[in-house]
Ligand binder design. Structure first.
Ligand SMILES: [Zn+2]
Length: 138
């Protein structure tokens, strides 16, 4: 066993229910089915967070995320599909191996609310100041 549960799943040391696999990515069913059809998409190499992902991994992962989103949509015809990706403890990333959660949503299922409290619109001048601060890093 390694220190990473997802690396162990990629290596076949832990069981998983595999939906899709290619040279760079793996899609499995999440052990905790938020709603039936909850899928995880991850790179086969160990990378902790999205900002550390090598550029050659960007496209293959997004292709698999889109493929799994289409599969969930076509199989379950839900009211919607969430694509959820968390980085770091502050964002509640539970497994330190970058991954996307793709899961069907139903009106009123109450599993996950991005903004549980109403958030007011930010004035344009404040948005411009935020953009000026962020642009040097883009
Ligand atoms: Zn890992």
């Amino acid at each position: 066993m390694s220190a990473c549960i997802f690396c162990d799943i990629v290596a076949g040391k832990l069981p998983s229910c595999r939906l899709h696999e290619d040279d760079a990515t793996l899609a499995i069913l999440d052990l905790r089915q938020t709603n039936a059809g909850h899928v995880l998409v991850l790179p086969k190499v160990h990378v902790v967070t999205l900002d550390r992902l090598p550029p050659d991994m960007h496209a293959p992962l997004m292709v698999t995320v889109v493929r799994m989103t289409r599969a969930v949509q076509q199989c379950f015809t839900p009211d919607g599909v969430n694509i959820w990706q968390s980085n770091g403890e502050g964002a509640n990333q539970e497994v330190p191996h970058v991954h996307w959660q793709v899961f069907p949503r139903w009106k009123g299922d109450r599993h996950f609310q991005i903004y549980p409290e109403k958030v007011a619109n930010t004035p344009m001048a404040d948005l411009q100041r935020l953009a000026a601060r962020l642009r040097p890093f883009v």
